[in-house]
Design a protein around this ligand. Structure first.
Ligand code: PBG
Length: 336
């Protein structure tokens, strides 16, 4: 007890603090999410996400060179399609010459050692903006009857999408749609085509979150009717995350993800305690937008705030972090 015990002894100098620090960030903890379109020479800012752009593949290659030089290990790719190229069943998601498939080929050709992970989902490619196939209300159903998202009809489309990305050269696939059984369906399709060594990073505990708002602007993927609460998890539920993780593991997930990250540190902690596989956490668009807006106003100091947030996510148990802050973090790690 005090005065013999003084925790401040180990906080006295920077060297002592460095020596006893329990959690630190490293370049290979990070996966940088990026938005890619078709065309050439295209760059368009995402308004709610300063520093984030929608780019064509050639511009993407330019944007990658700096971060790759700073130790960028992995990227996640989201496709952005003009509305007139979307349809009810998300055909653009699995086209061999689709935006993501094209970008994967170009990125892998230019940066063979960069791990390329496409997000596998239909919402960026469907004209209704849902992550699955929409089944209209049954004929003769009353005026209150709503369309539903057809879980089982969506699975083959997701499997086909994952396979087309892997054929284009993806190193890993990350299904984010939250349909039941999609990890198993994707695993079976990859194995059948001979891609037995391609891992699946499952968005296992993905919550129906208001923190995805800026992303939906970036990807043009907001649902045109209703919301995603019939497939994404209820933010009020903690125990259910364990069940989602167990199911994805049983279906063959190689990495499990919690999303969002900062408001869900309890979930990350639970999943990390129970999971025998690596745990990823997605520091989502709304988390990024809040930090950027406050920093732009001079209300917070960006580097220490971002460092603290990302350290907290890792401290909670995340082995990997998906973050739009990745290029800044790589620069800060290099600067020291
Ligand atoms: C696609 C998907 C979303 C995000 C990742 N994949 C949006 C959503 O589910 O509505 C969100 C990422 C972010 O907010 O940064 N289903």
């Amino acid at each position: 007890m005090f005065p013999v015990t003084r925790p401040r002894r180990l906080r006295r100098t920077p060297a002592l603090r460095d020596m006893v620090r329990e959690t630190s960030l490293a370049a290979d903890d990070f996966i940088w999410p990026l938005f890619v379109t078709g065309g050439r020479g295209f760059r368009e800012p995402v308004e709610a996400m300063p520093g984030v752009y929608r780019v064509s593949p050639d511009v993407l290659l330019d944007d990658l060179s700096g971060p790759v030089g700073l130790g960028l290990r992995a990227i996640m790719l989201f496709g952005v399609l003009p509305d007139d190229q979307k349809d009810a069943v998300g055909t653009g998601a699995y086209a061999d010459d689709g935006v993501v498939q094209t970008a994967i080929r170009q990125v892998k050709a230019a940066y063979p050692n960069l791990i390329v992970v496409p997000d596998v989902c239909l919402c960026e490619y469907t004209d209704h903006g849902h992550c699955g196939i929409v089944r209209p209300p049954a004929a003769g159903a009353g005026p209150g009857a709503a369309a539903t998202i057809d879980n089982d009809a969506t699975l083959p489309v997701l499997a086909r999408t994952a396979l087309s990305c892997v054929r284009a050269g993806a190193d890993m696939v990350a299904p984010s749609d939250m349909m039941d059984g999609r990890v198993g369906a994707i695993r079976a399709a990859l194995d059948e085509a001979g891609f037995t060594d391609t891992p699946i990073m499952a968005y296992s505990a993905k919550y129906a979150s208001a923190f995805y708002g800026p992303f939906r602007e970036a990807a043009g993927s907001a649902p045109r009717f209703g919301d995603r609460r019939s497939y994404q998890m209820d933010p009020a539920n903690r125990r259910e995350a364990r069940r989602e993780v167990e199911l994805d593991l049983a279906e063959g997930a190689d990495i499990v993800m919690v999303k969002p990250a900062l408001p869900y540190l309890d979930i990350i902690g639970d999943v990390a305690a129970a999971s025998p596989v690596p745990v990823a956490a997605y520091n989502v668009s709304g988390e990024y937008a809040m930090v950027k807006a406050a920093a732009a106003n001079g209300w917070v100091s960006e580097r220490p705030l971002v460092t603290e947030i990302l350290t907290a996510i890792k401290r909670a148990g995340a082995d990997l972090i998906l973050s739009y802050h990745t290029p800044d973090v790589l620069r800060w790690l290099k600067e020291g």
